[in-house]
Design a protein around this ligand. Structure first.
Ligand code: HEM
Length: 387
């Protein structure tokens, strides 16, 4: 088999990434790329789903980013296999359960309202920089129970690391931040996520310092940039589709279902890596033990074998078994928080600046572990503050 130059990062940066991935999938749904030291790209819904649900063959313990990040350790639960995986994931599940998120709804809505208040009177804003990017940082800051100054630092570190995951200086800065949190919560346990992580037991023993740092870094990376980019791409899609915008203004109860379609369509966490533990044959291709495999969630989410008219944005789509949150044992742990955040953002923006227009020429895209927007300038009819 001949290697291809397939590069998911180069493709994911493009506005027409899903078209380009579909063209690649049609050429060859499983291909071996020479990019990033070589990996197999799985592009079809079935192969991606089967591999994600088979952690014995497709291991996460050697990392889930291609190329590899430069953290000095693996980041559980995402970079862990059984039994460690569930030892970390299991106790965190109730902390991010739907009921807990429902209890947070009013506080989260107040954050969105406050952010919109800062620009509503001016008639213009950057829906990425002024809203989609700061809001997830504020939400995670609340879960982590850290002061506002630390939230600003968390946001800065995450935004940087999601685009430059090999920047060792920034990694050391993040580790220093979490080390202080570790020492503080050891001395002053609280009813918050860091304390819950501190109390995790692995193989019957309370987790150590390094594991705490790794899990905190993972939650930070997973929870900030993903939602920011999901929100930015959602506002871009609403702006580009007037009939969708009107349907959601007329009936806001449609927003949760529409959010699933925005996620499928844009798939901000576009791909994850695995490493095979044994030789397997996929689509006639010899995937060898120890090979890197890329599960391209974005390509799978536009596969016509699963989705009728996959390139049409259809907010009534049902069922919508998309992989924007992954599938299998590593399916997103923050799914209920992310859905709540996106619902609140859409509700508040459509209620308060329903006629926003995107300045398409000034949109700025970026890609790293996730794909999304660093700038989404809009203009709208000025309104009044909520307070
Ligand atoms: C729209 C926003 C989000 C998207 C698109 C997203 C996407 C994903 C995807 C695709 C995976 C699976 C990766 C894999 O199998 O390799 C994942 C896992 C994960 N996500 Fe999210 N995520 C989002 C928000 C969040 C938030 C807000 C949090 C934290 C509060 C979070 C925490 C996690 C964790 C801890 C995992 C690893 C779970 C495990 O390995 O068991 N995510 N996410």
């Amino acid at each position: 088999m001949t290697d291809t130059p397939f590069d998911h990062l180069e493709i994911a940066l493009q506005a027409d990434a899903s078209d380009r991935l579909s063209a690649e999938r049609e050429k060859c749904p499983v291909q071996h790329s020479s990019a990033h030291d070589g990996f197999w790209a799985f592009l079809g819904y079935e192969h991606v789903g089967d591999a994600a649900r088979d952690p014995e063959t497709y291991s996460s313990a050697s990392g889930v980013t291609i190329p590899a990040h430069a953290f000095p350790m693996a980041l559980p639960p995402i970079e862990a296999d059984p039994p460690l995986h569930m030892q970390v994931r299991g106790p965190l599940l109730p902390r991010l359960a739907p009921g807990v998120m429902n209890d947070l709804e009013d506080d989260l809505r107040a954050m969105v309202t406050g952010l919109i208040d800062e620009f509503i009177e001016s008639g213009s804003a950057d829906l990425a920089a002024d809203l989609s990017i700061p809001f997830p940082g504020m939400s995670i800051g609340k879960l982590m129970n850290v002061p506002d100054d630390d939230v600003a630092m968390l946001r800065h570190m995450t935004a940087h690391l999601m685009q430059n995951s090999t920047d060792t200086d920034m990694i050391m800065q993040a580790m220093g931040f979490f080390q202080k949190l570790y020492e503080d919560r050891l001395a002053n346990p609280a009813e918050d996520l860091p304390t819950a992580i501190l109390e995790l037991e692995i193989d019957g023993e309370q987790i150590g310092n390094e594991q705490f740092l790794a899990i905190m870094a993972m939650v930070m990376m997973a929870g900030l940039d993903t939602t920011a980019n999901a929100a930015g791409t959602m506002f871009e899609l609403i702006g580009a589709n007037p009939e969708v915008r009107q349907a959601l203004i007329d009936d806001p109860a449609k927003i949760p279902q529409a959010v699933e379609e925005f996620l499928r369509y844009a798939t901000p966490l576009h791909a994850s890596g695995r490493t095979t533990t044994s030789d397997v044959e996929v689509e006639g291709c010899p995937v060898g033990a120890g090979d890197k495999v890329l599960l391209n969630w974005l390509a799978a989410n536009h596969d016509p074998a699963e989705f009728e008219e996959p390139d049409t944005l259809n907010i009534e789509r049902f069922p919508n078994r998309h992989f924007a949150f992954g599938t299998g044992p590593h399916r997103c742990l923050g799914i209920h928080l992310a859905r709540m955040q996106l619902k609140l953002l859409a509700e508040e923006v459509l209620a308060r600046l329903p006629d926003y227009q995107v300045d398409e020429a000034s949109v700025e895209r970026y890609v790293g572990v996730t794909r999304g927007l660093s700038s989404l300038p809009v203009t709208f009819t000025a309104g009044t503050t909520a307070s």
